[in-house]
Design a protein around this ligand. Structure first.
Ligand code: AHR
Length: 342
């Protein structure tokens, strides 16, 4: 064999090797996202960014509705203003998105804009909180949305109240109530739970109630006001001080205010919270929050599963309630907290 032929053979073998290698590497590559025009367009009208819960919820939607999964997601945050959500939904209708996902700020006020979406033939999926339609309008509320997924907020309130009954028994309670945004399902359900407890217990007194709008800053301000107005009982009197805080961020604010005033959360004042985010669970272990009722924000995959059923021509369930639990020191471990999704 001449030197030239040897070289030519060597080159051919190298070429073959290269071709094999590139062919072998194809299956390991990530599937290319679908072309832009094939993506399913989803418009998500989000409440805002008021809490850790809300941030986790937005993140969950972003991951579930990625381009790799075949979606183009537009999120419009409403800064907790219902009228911003109405504008957002109208924009989605104008853009002719395939699906509208609505996380309603308040329950009321959706008749007109959801009728417009219905008229445009765009399915609406409601997530987290619920809507309510004024019965005087004679509109079939259920015809305005395709399906809903979220939490049973009334049950969450009842769970918190059952723990208060069990933990404090006949002792007199001095209750400070930090409410979420008034008119939101999360506020309404959790407040109804407490009101039922108050009506059933003569030894429970409501010392203060106001909306902390689900934010740390407002929660802190309200507890500063409670302290300035001397609304907490002297712990030495035998009366138990309880802060019933309708979300974790307001509880963080309450803890700041109590500690700044030299009070000990978990000893002078017991905090009952909602959401059960990772930071709050740490605060249970350190004793500053006594009880936390879970409200799960990881709705992205749930909403996507509903939309996928619709795309396959199936009829998803009208209502899907998420299974939730509650935490105290007794059922918490460090590893549970580390593995928490939010
Ligand atoms: O609707 C769910 C509530 O909204 C969460 O409890 C709160 O943290 C959020 O802002």
């Amino acid at each position: 064999m001449t030197g030239k032929t040897r070289k030519a053979r060597l080159l051919a073998v190298l070429l073959c090797l290269l071709l094999c290698l590139s062919a072998c590497s194809v299956p390991q590559q990530q599937a290319a996202p679908a072309p832009e025009e094939d993506l399913v367009m989803v418009g998500f009208s989000q409440v805002g960014a008021e809490s850790d819960w809300r941030l986790a919820n937005t993140q969950s939607m972003l991951s579930a509705f990625s381009a790799e999964n075949g979606y183009r997601l537009t999120i419009l945050e409403a800064n907790q203003e219902p009228r911003n959500q109405i504008t957002a939904i109208r924009r989605f209708i104008n853009e002719n998105v395939d699906y509208i996902v609505l996380a309603p700020t308040e329950e009321g006020g959706w008749e007109t804009v959801l009728s417009e979406a219905k008229e445009a033939g765009i399915p609406v999926i409601i997530v987290d909180r619920m809507i309510s339609i004024n019965p005087d309008l004679g509109i079939d509320a259920e015809s305005l949305f395709t399906c809903w997924v979220g939490s049973d907020f009334r049950k969450e309130g009842d769970t918190a109240v059952a723990w208060m009954e069990e933990t404090f028994g006949d002792r007199p309670l001095n209750i400070v109530h930090l409410q979420g945004n008034l008119g939101s399902s999360a506020q309404l359900g959790r407040t109804e739970g407490l009101d039922t407890g108050l009506a059933a217990h003569e030894n429970w007194t409501l010392a203060f109630r106001a909306s902390g709008e689900f934010t740390l800053a407002r929660g802190q301000e309200l507890i500063e006001q409670v302290l300035a107005d001397n609304l907490l009982a002297d712990p030495a009197s035998g009366v138990v001080n309880v802060i019933y805080s309708e979300n974790d961020n307001m509880s963080y604010g309450a803890i700041n205010a109590l500690k700044n005033a030299g009070l000990r959360p978990g000893e002078d004042v017991f905090i009952i919270s909602f959401d059960a985010a990772r930071t709050a669970l740490q605060l249970i272990l350190s004793g500053e929050i006594s009880y936390d009722v879970e409200c799960n924000p990881l709705h992205g995959p749930r909403v996507r599963a509903l939309i996928e059923q619709l795309r396959q021509g199936k009829t998803p369930p009208k209502y899907t309630y998420v299974e939730e639990t509650a935490f105290s020191k007794e059922n918490l471990t460090e590893s549970l907290i580390q593995n928490r999704g939010y």
